[in-house]
Write a protein that binds this ligand. Structure first.
Ligand SMILES: Cc1ncc(COP(=O)(O)O)c(C=O)c1O
Length: 441
């Protein structure tokens, strides 16, 4: 396979077009971004069915942090698939699950006894956190943030508030959820400026909401993303997270850290919350955990365990093959020092994006941490009017030249290549992006 982007037939080529049109007939409408029909992939390179190769700046939406088809992970999956694929973790016991739970308990922040519930996805990890918080506190209200994305099943969807299209026609949802603005400093909801604002967006929770609207003693948990993902790759000031932690501690509210997109080395630490030195009671994991095998986990302070058989369970959570994949993934991240690599490469991406911002007024903001970087495009630097159509044009121009990108937020583009991407591939991808950016007025 090629080790760089090479377009032989302008995509979508004939084979890809056939697949796309069959998909449109048979598969429920979802969120497709580009007509790329992948055939195989290795590291940071995707090959489509027409023989084009692309640089992957999406990691399969934040999943393949170790690169596509990492040989150690493939080997581990194949070995487990040959021994035992399923018996039912609901009712019987698997040692592979114990091994993975032990590993997760050891690598997640929190110097307290922890337990793990295995899921198949991020949304289910958050559903479990909702249930654990309700079950253990006997409280029924929740706090979440505007622009948050926690999933699409009814409980987690209620916490999600990144785009109205996710919520439209699905009301009423789970009762008891109050959303407050996140520390989105580029577009502060209170029209304030950091640091003069003294993180009012966090303080308002205690000073206003808990005084007038929401009895804090009824709040089971506060859900947050340490970096808002789908909402626009929004990195909050450190003080915001610290303040939120103080408030949750004061009112004995469980802090649920959704690391589904930011976890597993992506931000330069194994988990993004480690940048803040705090220990949330519950962590929700998925995506980068399994390198493409469907697996997620809710890692929680053991004191919140259900303790009653049947209070929560599932058929496939912690499937053996997926567990084997996750164990190998964590080993590859640790042995390959991929968090450090994410930090180093992230600095390079950020530097190049800032250079582009100086040249092209379409870039309103550059932000990110580690290899979780993004730009926000605006029609006018002063009014900050979102440049949504321009985002679409850049995505098309980019894939036609061999770079796969994903949008985020209202007019953002994210840069989340596999952490193993080679530096020459990273630069080729950034060159393709810059060419597309230059061509869009
Ligand atoms: C932060 C976060 N939480 C939860 C989810 C939902 O994960 P899944 O699509 O695996 O249900 C996502 C998905 O993008 C996410 O980014």
């Amino acid at each position: 396979m090629q080790k760089k982007a090479k377009i032989k037939i302008t995509p979508p080529g004939p084979k890809a077009r056939k697949i796309v049109s069959k998909d449109h007939k048979l598969i429920a409408t979802a969120t497709k971004t580009s007509p790329i029909a992948a055939k195989q992939a290795k590291g940071a390179i995707i090959e489509d069915v027409d023989g084009n190769t692309y640089i992957d700046f999406t990691s399969g939406v934040g999943v393949v942090n170790c690169g596509h088809c990492h040989p150690k992970i493939v080997e581990s999956v194949q070995k487990q698939a040959g021994e035992l694929m399923h018996f039912a973790g609901t009712d019987f016991y698997y040692d592979v699950q114990n091994d993975l739970a032990e590993t997760l308990v050891n690598i997640t922040p929190g110097k307290f006894a922890k337990k793990v519930f295995f899921t198949n996805s991020g949304t289910e990890a958050n559903e479990c956190a909702i249930k654990l918080a309700k079950w253990s506190t006997k409280r029924s209200r929740f706090i979440s943030f505007i622009k948050a994305f926690h999933g699409r099943t009814m409980g987690s969807l209620t916490l999600t508030a990144s785009k109205t299209v996710h919520r439209e026609r699905y009301f009423p949802m789970m009762p008891g959820v109050t959303h407050i603005p996140y520390a989105y400093c580029y577009r502060c909801a209170y029209k304030m400026e950091y640091p003069d604002c003294d993180v009012w967006c966090a303080k308002i929770l205690d000073e206003v909401y808990f005084n007038s609207l929401v009895p804090p003693g009824e709040v089971a948990a506060l859900f947050f993303e340490p970096v808002q993902g789908e909402g626009g790759y929004i990195v909050p000031p450190k003080k915001f997270i610290e303040e939120i932690r103080k408030i949750t501690k004061k009112h004995e509210i469980i802090m649920v850290d959704d690391e589904v997109q930011a976890g597993f080395g992506r931000t330069g630490k194994m988990f993004a919350v480690e940048h803040h030195g705090i220990e949330p009671e519950i962590l929700c994991l998925a995506k980068g955990m399994g390198s493409g095998m469907p697996i997620g986990a809710t890692v929680f302070n053991a004191q919140y365990d259900f303790g009653v058989s049947g209070a929560h369970s599932n058929t496939y959570g912690g499937n053996l093959v997926a567990c084997a994949s996750a164990l190998a993934t964590i080993e590859v991240i640790k042995k390959g020092k991929l968090s450090q690599r994410a930090e180093k490469l992230g600095k390079h991406v950020s530097k190049r994006l800032y250079e582009m911002k100086d040249k092209y007024p379409l870039i309103g903001d550059v932000r990110g941490i580690g290899l979780m970087q993004a730009v926000e495009l605006v029609k006018n630097i002063k009014t900050k009017q979102p440049a949504e159509k321009e985002v679409d044009k850049i995505l098309v121009k980019s894939y036609k030249n061999g770079l796969v990108l994903l949008p985020c937020g209202t007019s953002g583009i994210r840069f989340i290549p596999p952490l193993v991407i080679e530096e020459s591939q990273l630069d080729q991808g950034l060159d393709i992006f810059e060419k597309a950016l230059k061509s869009v007025k």
